[in-house]
Write a new protein. Structure first.
Length: 401
């Protein structure tokens, strides 16, 4: 009998999301009765504000929401997204330049599908969110990592980007505030990078999902606000998940030039059609309703940010740059490597994360998920008491009494 034809080589090369994998392992241990504290998931611990839930409940009773709607999204939601884009990113667009997607991940995937051709090189500042290189590969692109360490606050420079640029470079990924580091580029840094991309005709895929979660007076200046001329070669990716505690509602969007959005819209018309209409109505309420609860959540994240940074910094061998955005801290833990802890030697942050889970019952994501070894990502989007207890377990594990 003839053997079955092989599975897709392209999909076989794609790795499972490391952050979701660690989070799933932590939840399985919790379900088994172990008191694991997890810093793994990039997910607010707050409930979605009630007025948003009420808008969804109201939408359930409107038969118009039971039918297909435009694949690019409800017109009224796209108008609201256009208003938000002008308000927060300084870019004036029409609803026709917007596609509502099933979460930010679909927007990221479609952005690369729209602007990457086989063999194109995509400059990917590292540390990076684990999905970017896989989405680039699915578009037959080649991710080219450009690393910036803790000494640079995890922010790449124009000189580094220029050193990595070749005649095959067509796209730059720009993320501020950053997942996994929480770093925020200054307006001057953003402008310099934008002008460099403009001068070389390079597309920019800018993920702005955390743009409203900034602290200490920082502002996440959009790259198209810093360099307005760049709008013709930039795709913005965003969504309601982080700001409004709506990760499970799965509503994101992409904004860009009409020709690129047309291509992505054609793809979505075959891939998924419209996003769930009830969720779209909820997202509309989030963007147009009162922002008080979103601000309350931001302030809570700020309080937790200050707490986790100060407590982690007490551990000898741990360097903690001060994150000014998102809800992550990304300590440099190279000072803990190459040593034995309770009889176990650890040489990589992957081994360190395993040790921490086994001996302290704390789940963290190792730096290997986001680039080079030597780092850990901890999300502080969890309750204050658990946040403090988890760090105190780390302090005890690494000899801080």
């Amino acid at each position: 009998m003839t053997e079955r034809a092989p599975l897709s080589r392209k999909l076989s090369a794609i790795a499972e999301s490391a952050t979701l994998k660690v989070d799933a392992k932590a939840k399985a241990l919790q379900a088994a009765g172990r008191p694991v504290i997890s810093y793994a998931a990039g997910e607010p611990d707050f409930a979605t504000p009630q007025f948003i839930v009420d808008a969804a409940a109201h939408a359930l009773h409107d038969p118009a929401n039971y039918r297909y709607t435009p694949a690019a999204g409800l017109a009224v939601l796209r108008e609201a997204i256009a208003a938000k884009t002008l308000r927060d990113s300084g870019l004036e667009v029409t609803a026709s330049q917007i596609i509502v997607t099933n979460g930010g991940k679909q927007a990221v995937y479609q952005a690369f599908q729209a602007v990457v051709n086989p063999g194109d090189e995509v400059l990917l500042p590292a540390p990076y969110w684990t999905t970017y290189p896989e989405a680039i590969a699915l578009a037959d692109g080649i991710p080219v990592e450009v690393f910036a360490g803790a000494d640079q606050d995890y922010k790449v420079t124009v000189d580094q980007l220029e050193a990595a640029r070749t005649d095959k470079t067509t796209v730059l990924v720009f993320v501020s505030p950053s997942n996994p580091t929480g770093s925020v580029y200054t307006p001057e840094e953003t402008k310099a990078i934008g002008e460099w991309a403009l001068a070389h005709g390079i597309w920019v895929v800018s993920d702005e999902i955390y743009q409203n979660l900034v602290y200490e007076g920082a502002r996440a200046v959009s790259i198209v606000d810093a360099v307005p001329e760049l709008a013709g070669q930039t795709i913005l990716v965003n969504g309601v998940a982080k700001t409004y505690a709506m990760t499970g509602w799965r509503v994101g969007w992409m904004v860009g030039p009409a020709d690129a959005i047309k291509l992505a819209g054609n793809l979505q018309s075959h891939l998924s059609s419209n996003v769930n209409n009830v969720a779209q109505r909820a997202a509309l309420a989030a963007l147009t309703g009162p922002q008080t609860e979103a601000e309350d959540m931001r302030q809570a994240f700020d309080r937790r940010r200050r707490l986790i940074v100060s407590e982690l910094a007490k551990i000898p061998g741990v360097t903690v740059p001060n994150p000014l955005g998102a809800f992550y801290v990304y300590p440099d833990v190279t000072g803990l490597l190459g040593r034995e802890w309770n009889g176990t030697r650890v040489d990589t942050s992957l081994e360190l994360a395993d040790l921490i889970l086994d001996q302290a019952e704390v789940a963290v994501v190792p730096g290997e998920a986001f680039g080079p070894s030597g780092y850990l990502r901890l999300s502080y989007a969890l309750g204050d008491d658990q946040l403090l207890e988890g760090v105190q377990r780390l302090q005890k594990l690494f000899g801080l009494d």
